[in-house]
Design a protein around this ligand. Structure first.
Ligand code: ATP
Ligand code: MG
Length: 579
């Protein structure tokens, strides 16, 4: 591409709302254009990146005999009614009516649509397994679209869906897709980890699912990783154990310590109470009141955690199989007969009690006394509490130990760019799909679904590959490979530049020629901002002196020289050697 003829333009400034490097750089380097909040147009340079990512994704899927289809972006409401998701999706789903008054929506995901396709032709186990995928537009009316294409409302997703006769086959298909995903992210050249993820309330949190997280400081997701054995999970799901550090705790043998009510005036927080009673926070218990909401039913639940732990609401929601959760308001706490700031689990019988598994049930703790201005000392859950369930509800964190190997865990940040999930028979059951098994019996096939945020990868790749001057593309997805500039005004140098550019292009190397007539500073800034792997500089003065042309690597800054005849082979050699 000759830049003088191209649509490409860079910008000095990015809008104020651009808070992370990829958003700033995508706007400034002329990759995208904002249409509205969470809606972005891809300009020619950005489109090339999208295309390259899509190609890699498609090739890796095709290698494993996944079959590409294209489903409609607008899907009929009646399909969503079959699974009940017409209601469950809430405002995330953009709904509309056609002229005949029929319900339609912009696809936020396509399980229903693919099951509808599947059921129209698959009737027998002999036709299984099958994996269909598409690379297509999704629309989600996100509450807070942000970070440019990273969390957009309209975005490009690769979504694949597999169908299997039984669990063993689903497991096999799932493992295959896991490898496909590893190959895709390796081929693009991104640092990533696959982490155990939350399966959501539908599956009670138990479904097998992994997220592929691209590591980045600006990532929205927190990941807990064991430094020793490599266990890694999204914080939403992560399980880890507390390091035992309760100096003031009574030992398990102190079973005879009695339950004692002590005055704790104006001490309504764990911090206040523990300071007042001179005990470690880890020797106290925290009581939280939540409502589990499913349909019209709201059920109160009392959650008990060790004083210095935090609740992981997702674990709670999954355990309760709730559609939503809400923290009880002051009024609701009062109506339950509880005293805010002084709640404790002992002797309560009218409310469901969940005690976190990090609480040592035979140890004595400080907890609220269910009386204003008082706390209890020597509260031993196993002795003093009635009817409770023990559940893992705490948020994992730095300083914890791995439950698998005892190693130290760390918290890192990632960008969720892929998500694979065993759906089981949820959708085939809801949509009444059966296939005949070997014995002629009708069974609901099992499904897996597998998503990749194709447009999010553009941003994620930049978050991992940029410097003060701009983007530093991995070769695999760079819009072009070579930025060719020439310095000098003479007709000869111009002609040489154009002819070299043409031969580089004809040799199959993706190259742009900066023939806009700008000064070297301007050209170099734009070249750095766009971040193509190589910059070739034909400088009139140098060339006339020594006959050499400069080739500079964007990532390492390494400079090479070549004569005009060596240029193409040198470019190819360098490109082969870099990622
Ligand atoms: P998130 O937790 O980031 O909201 P999700 O878990 O809802 O994502 P999935 O339904 O698993 O997303 O979608 C598959 C993939 O699509 C995600 O892994 C992500 O890469 C991408 N994706 C999801 N939402 C968006 C969005 N709003 N903008 C861009 N990409 C997205
Ligand atoms: Mg996800």
């Amino acid at each position: 591409m000759r830049l003088s003829k191209s649509f490409w333009q860079t910008f000095k400034e990015a809008p104020k709302e651009a808070q992370i490097p990829s958003h700033v750089l995508m706007i400034r380097a002329g990759l995208i254009h904002k249409a509205s909040g969470g809606l972005y147009n891809y300009l020619p340079m950005g489109q090339r990146v999208i295309q390259k990512i899509s190609d890699i994704v498609r090739e890796e899927h095709d290698k494993e005999d996944c079959q590409q289809i294209t489903m409609t972006v607008v899907t009929p409401g009646e399909l969503w009614q079959e699974t009940g998701r017409w209601g469950v999706m809430g405002e995330l789903m953009l709904k509309m009516k056609d002229r005949a008054g029929r319900d339609l929506c912009m696809s936020p995901t396509n399980e229903e649509a693919v099951v509808d396709i599947f059921r129209s032709s698959v009737k027998s186990y002999k036709q299984l397994p099958q994996t269909l995928y598409q690379i297509n537009t999704k629309f989600r009316d996100e509450i807070r679209p942000r970070y440019g294409v990273m969390r957009a409302r309209e975005f490009l997703m690769k979504d694949a869906y597999s169908f299997h006769l039984d669990k063993a086959c689903l497991d096999e298909g799932y493992d295959k897709m896991y490898r496909v995903y590893e190959n895709i992210f390796k081929r693009i050249g991104l640092a990533f980890i696959a982490v155990e993820a939350d399966g959501g309330a539908i599956a009670g949190g138990g479904a097998k699912t992994h997220e592929f997280q691209v590591l980045a400081r600006t990532g929205e997701d927190k990941v807990i990783r064991c430094k020793q054995c490599g266990y890694a999970a999204n914080l939403e799901k992560a399980v880890s154990a507390k390091r035992e550090n309760r100096e003031n705790k009574c030992k398990a043998s102190d079973k005879n310590v009695s339950l004692e009510m002590v005055e704790t005036p104006s001490c309504t927080t764990i911090e206040d109470v523990c300071r007042f009673l001179k005990v470690e926070e880890s020797a106290s218990l925290k009581s939280l009141v939540y409502y589990s909401i499913s349909g019209d039913i709201e059920t109160p639940v009392l959650v008990i955690l060790v004083g210095d732990d935090q609740l992981n609401e997702i674990k709670l929601q999954n355990y309760l199989k709730a559609n939503h959760l809400k923290a009880a308001s002051d009024g609701e706490i009062e109506r339950l007969g509880l005293v805010k700031g002084y709640i404790g689990p002992q002797s309560l019988t009218d409310i469901k009690i969940l005690i976190d598994s990090a609480v040592a049930l035979d140890n004595a703790y400080v907890s609220g006394a269910n009386k204003s201005g008082y706390h209890s000392k020597g509260m031993i859950p196993n002795r003093d509490c009635k009817n409770f369930d023990v559940v893992d509800l705490r948020l994992a964190g730095v300083g914890d130990v791995c439950t698998r190997c005892g190693g130290e865990v760390e918290e890192i940040r990632g960008i969720e760019t892929g998500h694979i999930f065993q759906l089981g028979d949820k959708y085939t059951k809801d949509m009444k799909v059966q296939v005949l098994d070997k014995s002629g019996k009708g069974v609901h096939p099992l499904m897996g679904c597998y998503g990749i945020g194709v447009s999010r990868i553009v941003a994620a790749a930049i978050e991992q590959n940029f410097d003060d001057n701009g983007i530093v593309w991995p070769k695999s997805i760079a819009p072009y490979h070579v930025y060719f500039c020439f310095i000098g005004k003479s007709q000869e140098i111009k002609e040489l530049a154009h002819s070299l550019y043409q031969s580089i292009k004809d040799s199959g190397v993706e190259v742009v020629l900066d023939d806009r007539g700008a000064g070297p500073g301007f050209m170099f800034n734009d070249a750095d901002l766009l971040g193509l792997p190589l910059r070739v500089i034909l400088g009139e003065r140098d060339y006339n002196n020594d006959g050499l042309i400069e080739i500079k690597e964007r990532k390492s800054g390494k400079v090479h020289k070549a004569t005009k005849d060596q240029l193409i082979s040198k470019i190819k050699e360098i490109l082969t050697g870099i990622n």
